[in-house]
Write a protein that binds this ligand. Structure first.
Ligand code: IVH
Length: 669
């Protein structure tokens, strides 16, 4: 390559990396895999090394990406937050060892850790109290997300044991465990909202939300990987991590000191094959020099420490053939393309289908019928197509076209400017939308109507008995008994359950209406701001967006919902049939006495049931949590309190309060 060619290629690579940085750090929507990104960055770094005078100060190889956003206060990091140099090759790990041992003139001990895949955070403690939690930002300055981080239970607000330095900086990774991610997405899909693409983006996005209450509802976790301070307890990184555990941080047991390269390689190989057994995602292994003195001797480049390197795993991929593309219509009318594939084994399951998200994704892949495609399974539940092998494409292959009309009802599809999805506008006649709305309305977290499964709903719809959610309240036992497969007893139970649903609390009704983008959490938020459906229906755009975490998209969707005469009619009918359309007196907050308190309930009670106590806690601003941790404020204990909880509470010095004292505290005597 001559200099001119190198110059052009460098300029092109710089632009690509900058674009991908923006997609990744700012939008949290990476368009390519980490592997592909690292390849581009590496090509750029290699070219710059070969042609040093072509390296410019604005090259992305000279800085780490930035996640700075405008909404948060910015705080400067006391110690810059660097990134790690990384590699996909074992050979480069040996090179790293050579550099380290060469510089120090002797063999060293390493510590191997998993490379947790989330968002990095820097926590500062002063006199044992959490003072600030700051994102990486551009490495020098980050966003102050302290209020969000306070909701993460595995991050201590106060350190334990009193042998901590007066000022301490602790770095770690905030992530979403796989089970929590799965549950969160299940909810979103059920609400007609778009599922998050992977746990990493979800964790990074959540930590930047404006409302800590929503953050608190997402089961984030945090693992610590670095301790910084003027006076550290030990000279070994490993020992400092163990100390951090004593102070109350979560430090995974998988961290392991490794004597020499054979042990390092064993660690890498072990976790490359076993990583799927972990309940959280990792994207590699980090190898660090154990001695802090040695770390200081080795020092830093502008971007990363010379005493550490990350070995990254390749995402598991499989190659298969695309047979056809289906277009599915969801309850809110969103049309999702789904690829039907030649079945292929990938990461322990056989994959037959993969999501294609939307038209833009099909275009990005330049997908053609019968293409040979690469599929990948990250943290996503559904695998996705990440690339096409164009060498295997037939000459006459036709590009995959997005459909123009709804596959279910034939209506011309629409796409709003700025939105990625096509949708079918025929909300009131398109069968999957009608059935989807009814199914959502009766679901457990909505109106919780028992006995009406998907099949019965379909039956009720096909027989013409139920065409919208309000029709459910016109059902009579006799109608149901006449339907095929429904006996007297089931019919009775259904009618009973429908009757009971009339007293569901207002926030559940709001959620049940199935307004686009109004999931359970947003419904709760709205119910805390508007005490009746009429008040909400009267709210304007400005009223809505002034609520933290209600953005333009949600506001527009709410306004759009109430502007439809059809929806207003349904609401009026629901009201007429007795469905609760306002906040009950009992749901309004009674006091803020328990504001900020996390309370565990344990044992048997005499004056109220457990469910009532849970409600009392919420009505007085507190939070009911299930397990005892150092963040627990106190335990509301009845007779025969769980022995494990008691032991933990006593060990952590957490107060155990009886029900009489609890009620006295709330002036409920
Ligand atoms: S050590 C000075 N250890 O990977 C570098 N980082 O590019 C300190 N990460 O932003 C990083 N697991 O968020 C370290 N066990 C681990 C890690 C880890 C994940 C993340 C971290 C950092 C990125 C490095």
């Amino acid at each position: 390559m001559n200099k001119k060619e190198a110059h052009d290629r460098i300029e092109q690579l710089k632009k690509e990396v900058n674009d991908h940085n923006y997609n990744y750090y700012v939008l949290n929507k990476p368009q390519i895999s980490d592997f592909q990104y690292d390849l581009i960055l590496k090509e750029l770094a290699d070219l710059e090394e070969k042609f040093p005078d072509l390296r410019s100060d604005d090259s992305p190889t000279r800085r780490v990406g930035s996640d700075l956003t405008r909404e948060f206060r910015q705080l400067k990091h006391k110690y810059p937050m660097l990134s790690l140099s990384n590699t996909y090759s074992e050979e480069e790990i040996y090179d790293f060892n050579k550099r380290v041992t060469g510089a120090l003139g002797r063999e060293v001990e390493y510590v191997c850790e998993l490379k947790y895949d989330g968002a990095s955070i820097s926590l500062t403690y002063r006199d044992g109290l959490l003072e600030s939690a700051v994102t990486r930002g551009d490495g020098e300055t980050g966003d102050d997300v302290t209020n969000n981080v306070r909701t993460i239970r595995s991050i201590p607000l106060r350190l334990r044991n009193y042998d901590y330095p007066a000022e301490l900086t602790v770095r770690g990774e905030i992530f979403l465990p796989l089970e929590g991610f799965r549950r969160l997405n299940e909810e979103l899909v059920k609400n007609g909202e778009q599922a998050f693409s992977n746990p990493r983006n979800t964790a990074a996005g959540t930590i930047k939300l404006q409302d800590p209450a929503i953050v608190a509802g997402r089961p984030l976790d945090c693992y610590i990987y670095n301790i910084l301070g003027e006076t550290l307890p030990h000279n070994k990184h490993y020992d400092n991590l163990q100390k951090a555990r004593e102070w109350g941080f979560r430090v995974p047991r998988e961290v392991s000191p490794c004597k020499g390269m054979p042990e390092v390689m064993d660690y890498i190989n072990h976790w490359d094959s076993k990583r799927k057994s972990l309940p959280f995602e990792i994207d590699g292994v980090v190898i660090k020099v154990n001695s802090i003195d040695d770390q200081e001797k080795l020092g830093y480049t502008a971007r990363s420490p010379r005493w550490a390197i990350a070995y990254k795993f390749k995402a598991e991929q499989a190659k298969t053939k695309l047979h056809s593309v289906d277009f599915q219509v969801g309850r809110t009318g969103t049309v999702t393309p789904v690829a039907n594939l030649e079945p292929v084994a990938l990461a322990g399951t056989v994959v037959k289908r993969a999501t294609l998200h939307n038209e833009a994704q099909i275009k990005l892949l330049n997908l053609h019928m019968n293409d040979t495609v690469f599929i990948e399974k990250g943290g996503e539940i559904i695998p996705k197509i990440v690339g096409v092998d164009i060498n295997e494409r037939a000459n006459d292959a036709k590009p995959v076209e997005f459909i123009a009309s709804c596959p279910e009802c034939g209506s011309p599809l629409r796409k709003l400017p700025g939105e990625a999805n096509h949708y079918c506008p025929n909300n009131y006649e398109c069968p999957p939308q009608i059935k989807g709305r009814i199914e959502h309305f009766i679901s457990r977290k909505a109106m919780d109507i028992d006995g009406l499964g998907e099949e019965t709903t379909d039956l009720l719809y096909r027989s013409g008995l139920v065409n919208d959610i309000a029709d459910l309240y016109t059902l009579k036992k006799e109608f149901l008994v006449d339907l095929e497969r429904l006996g007297e007893k089931s019919a009775f139970n259904i009618i009973n359950s429908i009757e009971k649903s009339k007293s569901a609390p207002f926030n559940r009704v709001l959620y049940a209406l199935g307004i686009r983008f109004v999931g359970e959490t947003v419904a709760k938020l709205l119910a805390s701001q508007f005490s009746s459906i009429d008040e909400l229906a009267r709210a304007g755009y400005d009223d809505l967006v002034s609520i933290p975490d209600i953005g333009e998209k949600i506001a527009d969707s709410i306004l759009n919902y109430f502007s439809s005469p059809n929806n207003r009619k349904v609401i009026e009918r629901l009201r007429k049939y007795g469905v609760n359309m306002e906040l009950r007196e009992s749901q309004k907050k009674e006091s803020a006495i328990l504001e900020g308190k996390s309370i565990v309930i344990s044992g048997e009670f005499t004056r109220h049931g457990r469910k009532e106590y849970r409600q009392i806690i919420e009505e007085n601003g507190g939070k009911n949590v299930s397990s005892v941790s150092s963040n627990t404020s106190f335990i509301l204990a009845g007779k025969n309190m769980g022995p494990v909880k008691r032991e933990r509470a006593e060990k952590l010095g957490i107060e155990i309060m009886g029900e009489d004292d609890f009620l006295k505290m709330l002036n409920k005597e």
